[in-house]
Design a protein around this ligand. Structure first.
Ligand SMILES: *Cc1c(COP(=O)(O)O)cnc(C)c1O
Length: 413
């Protein structure tokens, strides 16, 4: 195999591709490049499905995936669906959430949309700046007579403060569920992540480290809830033929997606190993750089290490997060500003609740600091070293960088 072109690393700010130098990488490195397991096994399974002529409607692959994923995620019941967003919507509806639901703004927009889509108001809650997760201490002041639930998000796969959330939910008689889209394969206090709250919702989108092309699932220990979700995702069809017993929609997963899911599950430990090695390399190279905070995972728990997250504190660095993202993009390192802006700054929420930003100081700060770097099978140790060298260079020569950026900016205006 041809080794990817190794370019001598930049020695100087002036060498950066952003200022006209040649990019460190000849091809773009993406965040969230899909993991593909054993291709032969996948094609074999797809052939099986084609031979069976059973392509959807609770086929054998979907049933097998539900079984295996329930075991893996640690809940009694798993209902696989066509994507994570529909899984969220159906879970929210099956839980009978109404009125207002408390949710972090620091999440992917689907968490908020899944509520608003059903005319439930997402009440945005601030986050803990250390964990990036919903701040339990900010929840109680948001509770009104209309509040019916709390939807926590395990951001980066790091579990919410589940114990405190459970306590608050119990005290105020609220339903507690989790958007666990980031948390496939993670644990909390030694228990697999699908064991908490009324339900956990997962996304198997292609950009997640475990994917089914498009897909998602709800995992729950509540048998009645599981039954309700099964009806809802299949038009409300009960047992037998032509027997509609409930209002429903179409949230079914197809057999090809399930074939991908089974094949991904076969390799999931390998995917996590690669992510862990990448994480350790990034951590070693990026720890202790002034103004750059490296997000760590709790080694006493199971993690999937699928997100490499930095916080750029521009009071210490001479450049902003956005400037660093632009510099990295010029080098073909397609770093991303996850999640920017916060949900409360996107439509329709920005118009519905115009002053929410004042209530979310930590979210506002974090959305301006955070960035995510490429990992997974898209990178290897050498590439990570190169990426880190760029970051080390711009921090070390920050003053020169600032001067050059300011010079270019003043020329533009
Ligand atoms: C990916 C993601 C979703 C949406 O999942 P889809 O499968 O893309 O519909 C929801 N919430 C969070 C936090 C996500 O990261």
């Amino acid at each position: 195999m041809a080794k990817s072109k190794s370019i001598s690393s930049h020695q100087n700010i002036e060498d950066l591709a952003f200022f006209g130098g040649s990019p460190t990488f000849s091809k773009p490195l993406h965040v969230g490049r899909p993991n593909i397991g054993n291709r032969e096994r996948l094609l074999e399974r797809i052939n099986d499905a084609l031979d069976r002529k059973w392509l959807s409607n609770d086929g054998p692959f979907v049933q097998e995936l539900e079984q295996r994923f329930a075991d893996y995620a640690g809940g009694k019941y798993c209902i696989a669906m066509c994507n994570g967003t529909i899984s969220l919507e159906i879970a929210i509806r099956a839980l009978d959430l109404q009125g207002e639901v408390i949710v972090p703004s620091f999440t992917f927009i689907a968490t908020a949309h899944a509520l608003q889509w059903q005319k439930i108001t997402p009440v945005f809650c601030d986050i803990d700046p250390i964990t990036h997760n919903i701040d339990p201490n900010s929840i109680e002041k948001l509770i009104t007579p209309k509040t019916t639930g709390i939807l926590g998000v395990h951001v980066w796969g790091r579990p919410c403060n589940i114990d405190l959330l459970e306590k608050i939910a119990r005290k105020h008689d609220l339903k507690l569920a989790f958007d666990a889209s980031h948390a496939v394969g993670c644990s909390h206090q030694g228990q697999t992540i699908g064991n908490f709250g009324e339900a956990s919702i997962f996304s198997f989108h292609a950009t997640k480290f475990f994917n089914t092309f498009e897909g998602g699932a709800v995992v729950t220990n509540n048998e009645q809830l599981a039954e309700k979700i099964r009806l809802m995702k299949n038009f409300g069809f009960g047992p037998g033929y032509d027997n509609v017993i409930y209002i429903g929609t179409n949230g079914k997963m197809n057999e090809i997606s399930a074939a991908m899911g089974l094949t991904s599950l076969d390799s999931i430990n390998d995917f996590i190993d690669i992510n862990r090695q990448n994480y350790q390399q990034y951590r070693q190279k990026l720890s202790g750089i002034p103004g750059i905070k490296f997000t760590t995972y709790n080694e006493n728990e199971k993690n999937n290490y699928q997100y490499i997250i930095l916080e750029v504190d521009d009071r210490e660095t001479k450049f902003t997060r956005d400037e660093l993202v632009e510099i990295l993009h010029a080098e073909n390192v397609l770093a991303r500003r996850y999640f920017f802006p916060g949900c409360h700054q996107m439509e329709p929420y920005r118009s519905y609740f115009p002053n929410t930003n004042l209530l979310l100081p930590e979210t506002e700060k974090l959305t301006r600091k955070v960035l995510s770097l490429p990992t997974g099978t898209a990178v290897d140790i050498n590439k990570i070293n190169e990426i880190c060298r760029i970051i080390q260079l711009v921090v070390k020569q920050g003053k020169k960088l600032r001067e050059r950026l300011d010079r270019e900016n003043s020329q533009k205006h």
